[in-house]
Design a protein around this ligand. Structure first.
Ligand SMILES: C=CC1=C(C)c2cc3[nH]c(cc4nc(cc5[nH]c(cc1n2)c(C)c5CCC(=O)O)C(CCC(=O)O)=C4C)c(C)c3C=C
Ligand SMILES: [Fe+2]
Ligand SMILES: [Fe+2]
Length: 366
C-alpha cells in the first residue's frame, strides 16, 4: 500500500510566518451498540425498535410498538446479557479495533479513531461533539458492517449526519458504504475458518455454515442489498479457502418478531447437518466482533441445538476482531477514501467507486 502524501495545513498569521501542521483525520467507526448493564437492556431495545429503519411505521404508532416490544422482550434479552456477565462486550471489542486501526494509520496524518454506537452509549450526539472539539480537517465514516443494510449502515450514517449538524461539525466527510469482499477482511475470515475446518475434519467431512444476522423478507424485497452482499462475502471466502469439494451454505440467524425473515435459517441448517450426520463449522460472516449474537446465540443456543439433533461435532469460528489483515483492510479503505472527493459521497468498498444514487447493490447511504 503506497503512503499518502501528508498535506501541510497552513494558517495565515498577521504577525509572521505561516504555521504548518499535519492533516488531522477523524475516523468514526459505527456499530449497533449493546447494553452495558441489565437495567440498560430495556432502554437499549426501545431505542432499537423506535428506529424507523427497523420498524417501518409512522411516528406515534412506532413509539408505541417500540414500547410494547421492548417491554415484552426485556426478560429474554436480560437472560442473554446475563450469560455475558450482565452486559454486551461489543463496546470494549470495538474500542480495541479503534485502537488497532489508529496504530495502523500512523502514515495518514494525525489520525484519531472514534467509536459511535446506534442504540447505546456512546451515541452519535456525544461523539459528534468529541470529534468537533478535536478539530479535524477531514472525517471518514466507517461502518463496522461489511455488508450494507438500510437497517444498520444507512441508519447509522443518517443519524450521524443529523448529530454532526446539531454539533456544528463542519469538516468535510466521506462515508464508506460497504466492503463485502475486501481482501483483508476475506483473508482474516478464511484464516480463522481454516483452523475451524481442521478441527472439525477429525470428526468427518465438515459443512461450513456462513451464518449472517437475518432481515425481514420485506426489507430485502424493498431493495436492501444486504443479502446479496452476504452471499458475496461467502463466495469470496470460499474462493480464498481453495478447498476442493467444500460443503458450504449461507444461512441467517437472530429472527425476532412475527414477520417472515430471509432464509434458510441457521436452525434449519443445523437440523439438516444433524440429519446428514456431518460436523458443523459455523462462521458469523456479518459480524466483525464478538457480542450476544456470537457468544450466546451461536456458542450456547446453536451448539446446544447441534447436540440435540445429532451433529457429530460443532465448531464456532471467532469473528475477525483485531486480526491484522482485517485491520490492514480497514486502514486501506480509509486511505483510499481520503483520496476521493468529499461532500458526503458514499464509497463502495469493492473497487471504491463513488456510487451514483440508487444504484442497486451500491447504495447511496446518507
Ligand atoms: C449485520 C448486522 C445486523 C443487522 C442486519 C441487524 C438487523 C436487525 N436486528 C434486529 C433486532 C435485534 N438485534 C439485536 C442485537 C444485535 N444486532 C446486531 C446486528 C445486526 N442487526 C448486533 C451486532 C447485535 C448485538 C448487540 C449486542 O449484544 O451488543 C437485538 C438485541 C438482542 C436480542 O434481543 O436478541 C435485537 C432485538 C432487527 C429487528 C433487525 C432488522 C430489522
Ligand atoms: Fe440485530
Ligand atoms: Fe439474536
Amino acid at each position: 500500500m503506497s503512503l499518502l502524501p501528508l498535506p501541510e495545513i497552513t494558517s495565515d498569521s498577521a504577525e509572521g510566518p505561516k504555521v504548518a501542521r499535519a492533516r488531522r483525520v477523524a475516523v468514526v467507526l459505527f456499530n449497533l451498540g449493546g447494553p452495558d448493564r441489565l437495567e440498560a437492556v430495556r432502554p437499549f431495545l426501545y431505542n432499537l425498535f423506535r428506529d424507523p429503519a427497523i420498524i417501518r411505521l409512522p411516528a406515534p404508532l412506532r413509539q408505541l410498538v417500540a414500547h410494547l416490544i421492548s417491554s415484552r422482550r426485556d426478560k429474554v434479552a436480560q437472560g442473554i446479557y446475563q450469560t455475558l456477565g450482565g452486559g454486551s462486550p461489543l463496546l470494549p471489542n470495538t474500542l480495541a479495533q479503534a485502537q488497532a486501526l489508529e496504530q495502523q494509520l500512523w502514515d495518514a496524518g494525525t489520525v484519531r479513531v472514534f467509536v459511535s454506537m446506534r442504540y447505546w452509549h456512546p451515541f452519535s450526539d456525544a461523539v459528534a461533539h468529541d470529534v468537533k472539539d478535536w478539530e479535524p480537517d477531514e472525517v471518514v465514516l466507517l461502518p463496522l458492517y461489511p455488508q450494507f443494510s438500510t437497517t444498520t449502515t444507512a441508519s447509522s450514517l443518517k443519524d450521524w449526519h443529523r448529530a454532526a449538524k446539531v454539533a456544528g461539525l463542519t469538516a468535510p466527510s466521506r462515508a464508506i458504504c460497504c466492503y463485502p469482499d475486501e481482501p483483508g477482511f476475506i483473508a482474516a475470515a478464511a484464516g480463522l475458518i481454516r483452523q475451524g475446518l481442521e478441527e472439525a475434519s477429525r470428526h468427518g467431512k465438515p459443512r461450513l455454515l456462513f451464518s449472517a444476522h437475518g432481515l425481514p423478507e420485506k426489507v430485502v424485497a424493498a431493495g436492501d442489498p444486504y443479502q446479496v452482499q452476504c452471499e458475496r462475502t461467502a463466495q469470496a471466502v470460499v474462493k480464498a479457502l481453495r478447498i476442493a469439494d467444500l460443503d458450504w451454505v449461507s444461512c441467517y440467524q437472530s429472527r425476532v418478531g412475527p414477520m417472515k425473515w430471509i432464509g434458510p435459517s441457521t436452525d434449519e441448517e443445523i437440523h439438516r447437518a444433524g440429519a446428514d450426520k456431518v460436523p458443523v463449522v459455523i462462521v458469523p460472516i456479518a459480524f466483525v466482533s464478538e457480542h450476544s449474537e456470537t457468544l450466546v446465540e451461536i456458542e450456547h443456543e446453536y451448539r446446544h441445538l447441534a447436540g440435540e439433533v445429532g451433529v457429530p461435532h460443532f465448531v464456532r469460528v471467532p469473528t475477525v476482531g483485531v486480526e491484522p489483515s482485517f485491520i490492514q483492510g480497514l486502514a486501506g479503505l480509509v486511505r483510499q477514501a481520503l483520496t476521493r472527493p468529499t461532500g458526503g459521497a458514499v464509497l463502495c468498498g469493492t473497487g471504491l467507486r463513488i456510487c451514483p444514487a440508487g444504484k442497486a447493490g451500491c447504495p447511496q447511504a446518507a
